[in-house]
Design a protein around this ligand. Structure first.
Ligand code: CTP
Length: 397
């Protein structure tokens, strides 16, 4: 596929070199179009050598090839990373003072912006308005990550991990519809841990891969995504706000805080059903006799609570999606769970050795309240995620 990588003048321009390599190494043909300012951070020879194509910022080079029109016309995807406040403003207003902005005006393919700037600039009403305009016109604008910025500042404004931007671009290149544009989704991911004492916990094998795949695919389909991540050791999905939690109580707080404003809640996290009745403040020591049994108490069922509170607290969330990990009688148990928990969709996975947990692949059956089940053959967790979003989008519509 033909990709145009627009690079604008921010310090994160050096990270775009990695994004470029990810595209070229996976067989894409990439034309880099840096702004003049971007070339102050990373020079033309770097872009030319890594892309294998000539590089220009101006409309006045190779004029006989009409590059200001052809580059955009021929692209399957344009991604601008980093996108500065300045380039967002110029794109939103349709200015055409250089090769990149001309390319943005002539491209009829999907356009992805990955902004990076200082927090104040990102939060300025002018930038907010420009981002809203670009989104309304169908562009994907990936919210920046929160973290260390240039100098001593921290806050929203960091360019997300290039590998995660690449994942969003791959989904967009696959031609997924932007049918979640303007929708707010909350996704719980990972597995909760229930402390026994300061060093030990009861936990489970959930890696967060399925929840993060749901987040990535939702961002690529235009959603505003909040991930409630329970003990996930994966890079943050680009464009998602990540709230980190450890225990079921913390997960419940985070999900129930975010849910009332969301259109969709997906409970992909493996939530511990029980927790130790007592959390010891100091480490339990080994004693000579038999160890003391750990008494357990039941945790609240967050998914069932969401299902029950729907309507009582307002119209949201409109769609609730649960997951079920089953080892036996997979479908019958799933149907019963769908009804019991009051959700709209239930993704049923068979779990066991080498299945589901910690693997990049998954096979599932999605049970639909009042509808036919949808089978998803074994494949990347993103494929399961896209089937879920297809069903969610049709329910929202
Ligand atoms: N879940 C939840 N709160 C809990 C337990 C589970 O919100 N305390 C959610 C999970 O996030 C998942 C769904 O419920 O979306 C199903 O979880 P599962 O563990 O399969 O179901 P259980 O209700 O625990 O039933 P069982 O263990 O008997 O199969």
């Amino acid at each position: 596929m033909k990709v145009v990588l627009g690079v604008s003048g921010g310090i994160a321009a050096y990270k775009a070199c990695e994004l470029l390599r990810l595209f070229t190494e996976s067989g894409h043909e990439v034309r880099v179009v840096p702004t003049r300012e971007a070339l102050r951070f990373v020079g033309e020879p770097t872009w030319a050598a890594l892309s294998g194509h000539p590089v220009s910022s101006e409309v006045w080079d190779d004029v006989h090839e009409v590059p200001h029109v052809r580059i955009g016309q021929g692209a399957d995807l344009v991604v601008v990373a980093p996108a500065t406040a300045d380039v967002l403003a110029r794109a939103a207003h349709g200015l055409a003072g250089d090769l990149l902005t001309n390319t943005l005006l002539t491209a009829r393919c999907p356009v992805v912006f990955a902004p990076a700037m200082h927090t104040e600039m990102w939060q300025h009403p002018a930038t907010r308005a420009n981002v809203a305009t670009l989104r309304e016109r169908g562009s994907i604008v990936i919210d920046p990550a929160v973290g260390r910025l240039t100098g001593a500042d921290t806050g929203p404004g960091r360019l997300p991990d290039p590998a995660e931007i690449f994942q969003v671009c791959l989904r967009v290149l696959r031609g997924r519809p932007r049918d979640l544009a303007g929708r707010k989704v909350v996704i719980s991911a990972g597995g909760t841990r229930e402390p026994i004492d300061p060093v030990r916990y009861i936990g489970n094998r959930s890696s967060g891969l399925q929840g993060y795949a749901l987040a990535r695919t939702a961002v690529a389909r235009g959603a505003e995504v909040t991930v409630v991540a329970a003990n996930v050791a994966l890079p943050d999905p680009a464009g998602a706000t990540v709230v980190r939690v450890e225990s079921t109580a913390e997960l419940r707080d985070a999900v129930l805080t975010a849910a009332p404003g969301a259109d969709v809640v997906v409970m992909a996290a493996a939530v511990a059903d029980f927790r130790p009745a007592v959390r010891h403040d100091s480490k339990i020591k080994k004693t000579d006799g038999e160890p003391e049994a750990i008494a357990l108490v039941k945790n609240p069922d967050v998914l069932a609570e969401l299902g029950q509170s729907r309507g009582a607290r307002g119209p949201y969330p409109e769609v609730i999606v649960g997951f079920a990990a089953e080892t036996d009688d997979v479908l019958a148990n799933g149907q019963a769970k769908l009804a019991r928990k009051g959700c709209d969709l239930l993704v049923v996975n068979e779990v066991g050795p080498g299945l589901a947990f910690g693997t990049p692949d998954n096979a599932a059956v999605v049970l639909v309240a009042g509808g036919e089940p949808v089978e998803v053959p074994r494949g990347p967790k993103e494929d399961v995620a896209d089937v879920v979003w297809d069903l969610v989008a049709s329910r929202l519509a």
